[in-house]
Write a protein that binds this ligand. Structure first.
Ligand code: R5P
Length: 299
Protein backbone atom coordinates (compact mmCIF):
# COMPACT_ATOMS: atom_id res chain seq x y z
CA UNK A 1 0.00 0.00 0.00
CA UNK A 2 1.56 3.36 -0.99
CA UNK A 3 1.92 6.02 1.68
CA UNK A 4 -0.46 8.99 1.63
CA UNK A 5 0.79 11.71 -0.70
CA UNK A 6 0.95 14.84 1.46
CA UNK A 7 3.17 16.93 -0.84
CA UNK A 8 2.34 20.63 -0.55
CA UNK A 9 3.90 21.59 -3.86
CA UNK A 10 1.50 19.87 -6.31
CA UNK A 11 1.21 21.58 -9.66
CA UNK A 12 -2.46 22.03 -10.50
CA UNK A 13 -1.93 24.98 -12.86
CA UNK A 14 -5.25 26.39 -11.70
CA UNK A 15 -4.84 29.35 -14.03
CA UNK A 16 -4.66 27.11 -17.13
CA UNK A 17 -8.04 25.89 -18.40
CA UNK A 18 -8.06 22.24 -19.38
CA UNK A 19 -7.92 21.89 -23.15
CA UNK A 20 -11.08 20.60 -24.76
CA UNK A 21 -10.15 19.60 -28.26
CA UNK A 22 -12.56 19.65 -31.13
CA UNK A 23 -12.60 16.27 -32.89
CA UNK A 24 -11.14 16.79 -36.34
CA UNK A 25 -13.57 14.79 -38.44
CA UNK A 26 -16.66 16.20 -40.13
CA UNK A 27 -19.91 15.44 -38.32
CA UNK A 28 -18.13 13.31 -35.72
CA UNK A 29 -17.86 15.64 -32.70
CA UNK A 30 -20.71 14.06 -30.73
CA UNK A 31 -19.53 10.44 -30.82
CA UNK A 32 -18.27 8.56 -27.80
CA UNK A 33 -14.52 8.30 -27.13
CA UNK A 34 -14.14 4.75 -28.44
CA UNK A 35 -15.84 5.53 -31.71
CA UNK A 36 -13.73 8.65 -32.20
CA UNK A 37 -10.59 6.68 -31.37
CA UNK A 38 -11.48 4.07 -33.97
CA UNK A 39 -12.14 6.78 -36.57
CA UNK A 40 -8.74 8.30 -35.75
CA UNK A 41 -7.14 4.96 -36.66
CA UNK A 42 -8.62 5.29 -40.17
CA UNK A 43 -8.31 9.05 -40.76
CA UNK A 44 -5.00 10.73 -39.94
CA UNK A 45 -5.61 13.60 -37.53
CA UNK A 46 -2.77 15.60 -39.12
CA UNK A 47 -4.43 15.84 -42.54
CA UNK A 48 -7.98 14.78 -41.68
CA UNK A 49 -7.74 12.39 -44.62
CA UNK A 50 -7.25 8.68 -45.24
CA UNK A 51 -5.78 6.38 -47.84
CA UNK A 52 -7.58 3.09 -47.46
CA UNK A 53 -6.54 0.04 -49.43
CA UNK A 54 -9.60 -1.99 -50.46
CA UNK A 55 -8.91 -5.71 -50.83
CA UNK A 56 -12.34 -7.13 -49.98
CA UNK A 57 -13.38 -7.94 -53.56
CA UNK A 58 -13.11 -11.70 -52.98
CA UNK A 59 -16.25 -11.67 -50.84
CA UNK A 60 -18.40 -11.69 -53.96
CA UNK A 61 -16.04 -12.17 -56.92
CA UNK A 62 -13.51 -14.71 -55.71
CA UNK A 63 -9.79 -14.42 -56.53
CA UNK A 64 -9.81 -11.02 -58.22
CA UNK A 65 -6.83 -10.17 -60.43
CA UNK A 66 -4.10 -8.84 -58.15
CA UNK A 67 -5.61 -10.48 -55.05
CA UNK A 68 -4.83 -14.10 -55.93
CA UNK A 69 -2.24 -14.19 -53.13
CA UNK A 70 -2.88 -11.52 -50.52
CA UNK A 71 0.07 -12.81 -48.50
CA UNK A 72 2.47 -12.25 -51.38
CA UNK A 73 0.97 -9.33 -53.29
CA UNK A 74 -0.76 -7.20 -50.69
CA UNK A 75 1.14 -7.49 -47.40
CA UNK A 76 4.13 -5.53 -48.80
CA UNK A 77 1.74 -2.63 -49.56
CA UNK A 78 0.21 -2.44 -46.10
CA UNK A 79 2.81 -0.09 -44.54
CA UNK A 80 1.91 2.55 -47.15
CA UNK A 81 -1.83 2.54 -46.37
CA UNK A 82 -3.59 4.23 -43.45
CA UNK A 83 -6.17 1.47 -43.25
CA UNK A 84 -7.22 -1.73 -44.98
CA UNK A 85 -10.71 -2.74 -46.03
CA UNK A 86 -11.01 -6.51 -46.08
CA UNK A 87 -12.97 -9.57 -44.98
CA UNK A 88 -12.48 -11.25 -41.63
CA UNK A 89 -11.47 -14.40 -43.50
CA UNK A 90 -8.60 -12.66 -45.28
CA UNK A 91 -7.62 -10.89 -42.07
CA UNK A 92 -7.43 -14.00 -39.90
CA UNK A 93 -5.81 -16.22 -42.50
CA UNK A 94 -3.28 -13.89 -44.10
CA UNK A 95 -2.69 -10.65 -42.19
CA UNK A 96 -0.31 -10.76 -39.21
CA UNK A 97 -1.77 -9.46 -35.93
CA UNK A 98 1.21 -7.14 -35.61
CA UNK A 99 -0.42 -4.86 -38.20
CA UNK A 100 -0.23 -1.19 -37.13
CA UNK A 101 -2.80 0.13 -39.60
CA UNK A 102 -6.50 0.56 -38.96
CA UNK A 103 -8.77 -1.89 -40.72
CA UNK A 104 -12.39 -1.97 -41.78
CA UNK A 105 -14.02 -5.38 -41.94
CA UNK A 106 -16.59 -6.27 -44.56
CA UNK A 107 -19.79 -7.13 -42.70
CA UNK A 108 -22.32 -7.77 -45.48
CA UNK A 109 -22.41 -10.42 -48.15
CA UNK A 110 -24.36 -13.29 -49.62
CA UNK A 111 -24.70 -13.21 -53.38
CA UNK A 112 -21.78 -13.88 -55.69
CA UNK A 113 -21.32 -12.20 -59.07
CA UNK A 114 -23.46 -15.04 -60.44
CA UNK A 115 -26.56 -13.73 -58.65
CA UNK A 116 -28.47 -10.53 -57.87
CA UNK A 117 -25.84 -8.53 -56.00
CA UNK A 118 -28.20 -6.40 -53.98
CA UNK A 119 -29.58 -9.45 -52.15
CA UNK A 120 -27.05 -9.06 -49.31
CA UNK A 121 -27.48 -9.81 -45.64
CA UNK A 122 -25.29 -9.15 -42.67
CA UNK A 123 -22.33 -11.52 -42.77
CA UNK A 124 -20.72 -11.02 -39.36
CA UNK A 125 -21.68 -9.63 -36.00
CA UNK A 126 -20.22 -6.68 -34.18
CA UNK A 127 -18.73 -8.80 -31.40
CA UNK A 128 -16.45 -10.51 -33.90
CA UNK A 129 -15.35 -7.12 -35.24
CA UNK A 130 -14.55 -6.09 -31.65
CA UNK A 131 -12.69 -9.35 -31.03
CA UNK A 132 -10.54 -8.61 -34.08
CA UNK A 133 -9.85 -5.04 -32.99
CA UNK A 134 -11.49 -3.60 -36.12
CA UNK A 135 -11.65 0.15 -36.64
CA UNK A 136 -15.01 0.01 -38.44
CA UNK A 137 -17.43 -2.32 -40.22
CA UNK A 138 -18.42 -1.93 -43.87
CA UNK A 139 -21.84 -2.66 -45.30
CA UNK A 140 -23.07 -2.39 -48.89
CA UNK A 141 -26.20 -0.27 -49.46
CA UNK A 142 -28.02 -0.63 -52.79
CA UNK A 143 -30.15 2.50 -53.08
CA UNK A 144 -32.43 1.92 -56.07
CA UNK A 145 -31.46 -1.75 -56.22
CA UNK A 146 -33.87 -4.67 -56.14
CA UNK A 147 -33.19 -5.34 -52.45
CA UNK A 148 -32.79 -1.69 -51.47
CA UNK A 149 -34.79 -1.87 -48.22
CA UNK A 150 -33.05 -5.06 -47.07
CA UNK A 151 -29.61 -3.49 -47.56
CA UNK A 152 -30.62 -0.26 -45.82
CA UNK A 153 -31.90 -2.38 -42.96
CA UNK A 154 -28.60 -4.29 -42.86
CA UNK A 155 -26.86 -0.97 -42.34
CA UNK A 156 -29.22 0.34 -39.68
CA UNK A 157 -28.95 -2.92 -37.70
CA UNK A 158 -25.16 -2.59 -37.74
CA UNK A 159 -25.35 1.07 -36.74
CA UNK A 160 -27.50 0.15 -33.72
CA UNK A 161 -25.09 -2.58 -32.68
CA UNK A 162 -22.10 -0.39 -33.45
CA UNK A 163 -23.30 2.41 -31.16
CA UNK A 164 -23.55 -0.05 -28.27
CA UNK A 165 -19.87 -0.87 -28.66
CA UNK A 166 -18.27 2.24 -30.16
CA UNK A 167 -17.83 0.63 -33.57
CA UNK A 168 -18.25 2.94 -36.59
CA UNK A 169 -20.08 1.79 -39.71
CA UNK A 170 -18.92 2.57 -43.23
CA UNK A 171 -21.88 2.59 -45.64
CA UNK A 172 -20.83 1.69 -49.18
CA UNK A 173 -23.14 3.05 -51.87
CA UNK A 174 -23.26 0.21 -54.36
CA UNK A 175 -24.46 1.08 -57.82
CA UNK A 176 -24.93 -2.43 -59.20
CA UNK A 177 -24.91 -2.84 -62.97
CA UNK A 178 -27.70 -0.52 -64.06
CA UNK A 179 -27.60 2.69 -62.03
CA UNK A 180 -26.04 5.96 -63.20
CA UNK A 181 -23.15 7.30 -61.15
CA UNK A 182 -24.19 10.94 -61.43
CA UNK A 183 -24.28 13.55 -58.69
CA UNK A 184 -28.03 13.30 -58.30
CA UNK A 185 -27.90 9.57 -57.61
CA UNK A 186 -24.73 9.66 -55.49
CA UNK A 187 -26.09 12.62 -53.51
CA UNK A 188 -29.25 10.63 -52.78
CA UNK A 189 -27.45 7.44 -51.80
CA UNK A 190 -24.76 9.05 -49.63
CA UNK A 191 -27.24 11.26 -47.79
CA UNK A 192 -29.47 8.28 -47.03
CA UNK A 193 -26.52 6.37 -45.56
CA UNK A 194 -25.49 9.32 -43.38
CA UNK A 195 -29.03 10.18 -42.25
CA UNK A 196 -29.59 6.59 -41.19
CA UNK A 197 -26.45 6.56 -39.11
CA UNK A 198 -23.34 5.57 -41.10
CA UNK A 199 -20.34 7.36 -39.62
CA UNK A 200 -18.41 7.14 -42.93
CA UNK A 201 -19.77 6.83 -46.47
CA UNK A 202 -17.91 5.39 -49.41
CA UNK A 203 -19.02 6.34 -52.90
CA UNK A 204 -17.83 6.75 -56.46
CA UNK A 205 -16.50 9.96 -57.96
CA UNK A 206 -18.51 11.79 -60.61
CA UNK A 207 -16.99 14.43 -62.87
CA UNK A 208 -19.96 16.80 -62.59
CA UNK A 209 -21.21 18.00 -59.22
CA UNK A 210 -19.18 15.85 -56.84
CA UNK A 211 -18.73 18.88 -54.57
CA UNK A 212 -22.51 18.87 -54.07
CA UNK A 213 -22.38 15.19 -53.09
CA UNK A 214 -19.74 15.84 -50.42
CA UNK A 215 -21.35 19.07 -49.18
CA UNK A 216 -24.72 17.35 -48.86
CA UNK A 217 -23.33 14.45 -46.85
CA UNK A 218 -22.87 15.38 -43.17
CA UNK A 219 -20.20 12.74 -42.49
CA UNK A 220 -16.86 12.03 -44.23
CA UNK A 221 -16.98 10.61 -47.74
CA UNK A 222 -14.23 8.36 -49.04
CA UNK A 223 -13.96 7.84 -52.76
CA UNK A 224 -14.08 4.31 -54.18
CA UNK A 225 -11.57 3.70 -56.94
CA UNK A 226 -13.53 1.63 -59.46
CA UNK A 227 -12.09 -0.20 -62.41
CA UNK A 228 -8.41 0.11 -63.29
CA UNK A 229 -7.46 3.33 -65.07
CA UNK A 230 -4.10 4.55 -66.36
CA UNK A 231 -2.17 5.77 -63.29
CA UNK A 232 -2.30 9.49 -64.17
CA UNK A 233 -6.07 9.33 -64.68
CA UNK A 234 -6.57 7.57 -61.35
CA UNK A 235 -4.45 10.22 -59.64
CA UNK A 236 -6.47 12.98 -61.33
CA UNK A 237 -9.67 11.39 -60.06
CA UNK A 238 -8.27 11.18 -56.52
CA UNK A 239 -7.03 14.78 -56.70
CA UNK A 240 -10.41 16.05 -57.89
CA UNK A 241 -12.28 14.07 -55.25
CA UNK A 242 -10.15 15.55 -52.44
CA UNK A 243 -10.33 19.06 -53.92
CA UNK A 244 -14.11 18.67 -54.06
CA UNK A 245 -14.51 17.64 -50.44
CA UNK A 246 -13.77 13.94 -50.06
CA UNK A 247 -12.02 13.00 -46.80
CA UNK A 248 -9.97 10.34 -48.49
CA UNK A 249 -9.97 7.42 -50.86
CA UNK A 250 -10.63 3.71 -50.53
CA UNK A 251 -8.99 2.33 -53.64
CA UNK A 252 -8.40 -1.23 -54.66
CA UNK A 253 -7.84 -2.17 -58.30
CA UNK A 254 -6.17 1.11 -59.19
CA UNK A 255 -3.53 0.20 -56.61
CA UNK A 256 -3.07 -3.54 -56.66
CA UNK A 257 -3.56 -3.91 -60.43
CA UNK A 258 -0.98 -1.20 -61.13
CA UNK A 259 2.37 -2.28 -62.60
CA UNK A 260 3.98 -0.73 -59.51
CA UNK A 261 1.50 -0.93 -56.60
CA UNK A 262 3.78 0.59 -53.95
CA UNK A 263 4.68 3.47 -56.25
CA UNK A 264 1.00 4.05 -56.96
CA UNK A 265 0.06 3.93 -53.29
CA UNK A 266 2.79 6.44 -52.44
CA UNK A 267 1.58 8.71 -55.25
CA UNK A 268 -2.00 8.53 -53.97
CA UNK A 269 -0.73 9.42 -50.47
CA UNK A 270 1.01 12.47 -51.91
CA UNK A 271 -2.32 13.66 -53.32
CA UNK A 272 -4.44 12.81 -50.29
CA UNK A 273 -2.13 13.88 -47.47
CA UNK A 274 0.38 16.28 -48.96
CA UNK A 275 -1.68 18.29 -51.44
CA UNK A 276 0.29 17.21 -54.50
CA UNK A 277 -1.35 17.78 -57.88
CA UNK A 278 -2.03 14.70 -59.99
CA UNK A 279 0.95 15.52 -62.23
CA UNK A 280 3.30 15.98 -59.24
CA UNK A 281 2.05 12.71 -57.76
CA UNK A 282 2.52 10.96 -61.09
CA UNK A 283 6.16 12.03 -60.94
CA UNK A 284 6.34 10.37 -57.49
CA UNK A 285 4.87 7.24 -59.06
CA UNK A 286 7.42 7.26 -61.89
CA UNK A 287 10.36 7.90 -59.54
CA UNK A 288 9.45 5.18 -57.03
CA UNK A 289 8.72 2.75 -59.84
CA UNK A 290 12.09 3.50 -61.44
CA UNK A 291 13.95 3.14 -58.14
CA UNK A 292 12.26 -0.12 -57.23
CA UNK A 293 13.17 -1.54 -60.65
CA UNK A 294 16.82 -1.05 -59.66
CA UNK A 295 16.44 -3.13 -56.48
CA UNK A 296 17.23 -6.79 -57.16
CA UNK A 297 14.31 -9.11 -56.48
CA UNK A 298 14.47 -11.02 -53.20
CA UNK A 299 15.85 -14.52 -53.59
C1 R5P B 1 -16.56 -3.66 -53.77
O1 R5P B 1 -17.71 -3.68 -53.48
C2 R5P B 1 -15.55 -3.61 -52.77
O2 R5P B 1 -16.18 -3.21 -51.60
C3 R5P B 1 -14.34 -2.70 -52.97
O3 R5P B 1 -13.86 -2.37 -51.72
C4 R5P B 1 -14.60 -1.45 -53.72
O4 R5P B 1 -15.18 -1.73 -54.96
C5 R5P B 1 -13.33 -0.60 -53.90
O5 R5P B 1 -12.43 -1.21 -54.68
P1 R5P B 1 -12.08 -0.65 -56.13
O6 R5P B 1 -11.25 0.56 -55.92
O7 R5P B 1 -11.33 -1.76 -56.78
O8 R5P B 1 -13.37 -0.33 -56.83
Amino acid sequence: MPEADATESKQFHADVPQASEHFFLKGSAAYDWGMQNRLARIFRPASGHTVMLAIDHGYFQGPTTGLERIDLNILPLVPYADALMLTRGALRSMVPPTIQQGFVVRASGGPSILKELSNEQLAMDVDDALRLGASAMAVQVYVGGEFETQTVHNMTMLVDEGYKRGMPVLGVTAVGKDLARDARYLGLATRICAELGAQIVKTYYCAEGFEKVTAGCPVPIVMAGGKKLPELEALEMAYNAIAEGAAGVDMGRNIFQSDAPIAMLRAVRAVVHDGFTAQQAFEVYEAVRRDSALVPAAV
